[in-house]
Design a protein around this ligand. Structure first.
Ligand code: CA
Length: 254
């Protein structure tokens, strides 16, 4: 069953007879498979999230509107409504973070979900650390987007990679990576959304405009050049990862 809301604001703290005000992020799990649902709940509760559960799309939609979760974990294969339908409906009025869970390793599903506004996806089976990282990233991006602090200005740092947005330069281990203008724009775009997978179509549209749509070759060529310039071993990248059939993902900043 679902937990009550009384746990959200007050949590006993220590043995000193006072309560510490603690606001936990509330996560709605939408999943019809009971074993996966319980697995997710156990991980999230162990990591101090407040959890709401739903096994159907209709109930999920009503919980999203009534309980305002901080993030939704959405299974695409539900008995009543397609997860994609819920995604589209929710995106009509809110940008709340949604991480899609895909049972099948169907790349088209992931791409569709991302294009419909999902913040990220994970493919079953997945481990706790991957799930928690995806959740933290999605919530952080949502809050950063809503705050005055722009992520485009300043500097992105991850290990030896530095992306200086103002100077339009990327550096690796202190050396200028000598990126071309389009290569820099690609790296800067991935850095801006670090931790989040960016689809091929999104990147192509952003860099080359709508007329280049469905031309993945130019993107692949640019990415190969970028990797040659920024990665020590392009076959085992440390900074920019390939999500096969979907797109690319920049490593999280330091
Ligand atoms: Ca399912």
């Amino acid at each position: 069953g679902r937990r009550g809301s009384q746990g959200r604001l007050l949590a006993p703290h220590g043995g000193r007879g006072f309560k510490k005000l603690e606001v936990r992020d509330r996560i709605l799990i939408v999943e019809d498979d009971a074993s996966i649902r319980n697995f997710l709940r156990a991980i999230l509760e162990a990591n101090h999230y407040e959890v709401i559960l739903s096994a159907t799309g209709a109930e999920a939609y009503s919980l999203i509107t009534s309980r305002c979760p901080d993030l939704v974990i959405l299974d695409l294969g539900l008995p009543d409504l397609d997860g994609m339908t819920i995604l589209k409906r929710v995106r009509e009025w809110t940008g709340m973070p949604i991480v899609v869970v895909s049972a099948r390793d169907h790349e088209r599903d992931k791409v569709d979900a991302l294009d419909q506004g999902a913040d990220d996806y994970i493919t079953k089976p997945f481990g706790p650390s991957e799930l928690l990282a995806r959740i933290r990233t999605a919530i952080r991006h949502y809050r950063a987007a809503g705050s005055a602090e722009g992520t485009r200005s300043g500097v992105f740092r991850a290990g030896g990679l530095v992306v200086d947005y103002d100077k339009h330069r990327a550096y690796v281990d202190g050396r200028d990576a000598n990126l071309t203008q389009n290569e820099f724009r690609l790296v800067a775009l991935l850095a801006k959304y670090a931790g989040k997978v960016m689809t091929y179509d999104f990147l192509i549209r952003e860099i080359w405009g709508p007329n280049m749509e469905n031309n993945n070759r130019i993107l692949r060529v640019n990415m190969a050049n970028i990797r040659r310039k920024v990665e020590e071993n392009p076959a085992q990248p440390r900074y920019i990862f390939t999500e096969i059939g979907v797109g690319y993902r920049m490593v999280e900043p330091d």
